[in-house]
Ligand binder design. Structure first.
Ligand SMILES: Cc1cc2nc3c(=O)[nH]c(=O)nc-3n(C[C@H](O)[C@H](O)[C@H](O)COP(=O)(O)OP(=O)(O)OC[C@H]3O[C@@H](n4cnc5c(N)ncnc54)[C@H](O)[C@@H]3O)c2cc1C
Length: 411
């Protein structure tokens, strides 16, 4: 069955797959086109604000705060909830998992990425990933429920230990937040909670490898002061249902094991063109795969000035989404397409309350309270929707004054 929308079929049809950072920014800009109608397809009816997922996992924010409902957000964009399973580039038609098909004139592939375990034995079965709302929910449940089970004598004390794999921004943010959660929860479980530990493992020689070494040093020092056991050069070779084993043979026992060590583009779309080692589809300088197909965000491999693929971060996806919308509109007015140029505005990671690192460029770097306030302000600015922004702002103020773990009635 072919889905057609209203009386608008005289206009060209641009279909965006994925309502994440890239897809949403593209659809938002493209809807202003007079000669093109826009359909946005996503398996979920919301845009997930992944940078704050760790705060849901560590019981600071409710999950609704980081999920922006897209169905009614832009009334001039048709939203279809569904899983795209195939793209027929010859027929210019895509298929949804329910068997329905959608035809397109322009297709924007913005399907993001997924966690990878690098094929390490036991990791897929015995660790939590942190990519979806459901992942964050499972981590929160494990972190909170374990205290009750240990107190009731159903699990040994060592189950209170948490181990996080991956010393990038996600692992660092999570380790700091888990350590703060463990400290706060001592009021509720005073006999057992002081025994809980958190360990952060990084396979490389330093935390935050994409940051300046001084930022890495500050992060290591701050996390260590917060009581996090940080181990670098600590590659994981195996995961079991109670521990992680390192390359030096050491075993780390922990009830909650979280994998935050790397993402790849979904392998499902590799048939569309040449891909890099992370399954990312290689695009031309306009972000095209062909005249009608554009690929953006985490799913696209686009080189920086040194020939390395741009990082898988939200600003890249947003800028690419806007760029593609601009190009489609330029083409409508028979203007030549422009080359995509990424404007790198820097990187940042929060470590805990009043502790963060910010790098605006190679010389403007700062740490501590000012960095933390910058991090808060920029994350609020990047959030979609006034309601989510207001709610998160209120939660942050509350958490700053009186912090208690946010539980749901199912936990
Ligand atoms: C825990 C975590 C923390 C992060 N922190 C930061 C940070 O602090 N700063 C930063 O810049 N970046 C951060 N990132 C990375 C950032 O989230 C991504 O780079 C960004 O989301 C990429 O945007 P995108 O549009 O390519 O994909 P996404 O935003 O992931 O959107 C992809 C969308 O496609 C949909 N989709 C996928 N396949 C299909 C299909 N077959 N059919 C229908 N829909 C589909 C998905 O449901 C999703 O909504 C973080 C990522 C994670 C996981």
């Amino acid at each position: 069955m072919l889905i057609e929308f209203g009386e608008q079929s005289a206009k060209k049809h641009a279909v965006v797959i994925g309502a994440g950072f890239g897809g949403l920014s593209c659809a938002k800009k493209l809807r202003k086109s007079r000669s093109c109608r826009v359909t946005l397809i996503d398996r979920n009816p919301y845009q997930l604000f992944s940078p704050l997922l760790y705060q849901v996992a560590t019981a600071s924010l409710p999950e609704d705060d980081i999920a922006f409902p897209v169905r009614t957000a832009y009334r001039d964009v048709q939203f279809v909830r569904g899983e795209v399973t195939n793209i027929d580039t010859t027929a210019k038609e895509l298929t949804l998992s329910n068997g329905k098909t959608v035809s397109y004139d322009d297709l924007i592939l913005a399907v993001g990425s997924e966690g990878t375990t690098f094929g390490i034995p036991g990791v897929a079965e015995n660790t939590f990933q942190m990519k979806t709302v459901n992942d964050a929910r499972e981590i929160r449940r494990s972190l909170l429920r374990t205290y009750e089970s240990v107190e009731d004598g159903l699990l040994p004390l060592e189950h209170l230990n948490v181990v996080i794999v991956g010393g990038g921004p996600t692992g660092v943010e999570l380790a700091g937040a888990v350590s703060e959660l463990q400290r706060e929860i001592q009021r509720e479980f005073e006999h057992i909670a002081p025994k809980a530990t958190v360990t952060l493992l990084e396979a490389g020689p330093r935390l935050l490898p994409s940051f300046h070494p001084n930022s890495s040093k500050y992060t290591l020092k701050t996390l260590t002061r917060m009581g996090v056991h940080v181990q670098v050069d600590a590659a994981v070779t195996e995961a079991t249902n109670r521990s992680l084993r390192l390359k030096d043979g050491k075993e780390i026992i922990a009830g909650t094991r979280i994998w935050a060590a790397g993402v790849v583009a979904p392998p499902h779309w590799k048939f569309l063109g040449e891909t890099d080692r992370g399954n990312r589809i290689q695009v031309n300088s306009n972000l095209q795969l062909s005249d009608a197909i554009w690929v953006i965000g985490d799913a696209a491999s686009y080189p920086d000035s040194n020939g390395r693929p741009l990082p898988m971060v939200a600003p890249v996806a947003i800028q690419q989404g806007k760029h593609v919308a601009r190009q489609i509109r330029r083409r409508e007015s028979s203007k030549p397409l422009e080359v995509f140029k990424y404007r790198d505005k820097g990187q940042m990671a929060t470590i805990g309350r009043r502790k963060a690192v910010v790098e605006m460029n190679s010389w403007l770097r700062f740490q501590g309270s000012l960095a933390w306030l910058t991090w808060l302000a920029l994350h609020l600015a990047y959030l979609s929707g006034g309601r989510n922004r207001t709610s998160i702002f209120a939660d942050w103020i509350w958490n700053y004054i009186v912090w208690t773990p946010r539980r749901t009635i199912t936990e």
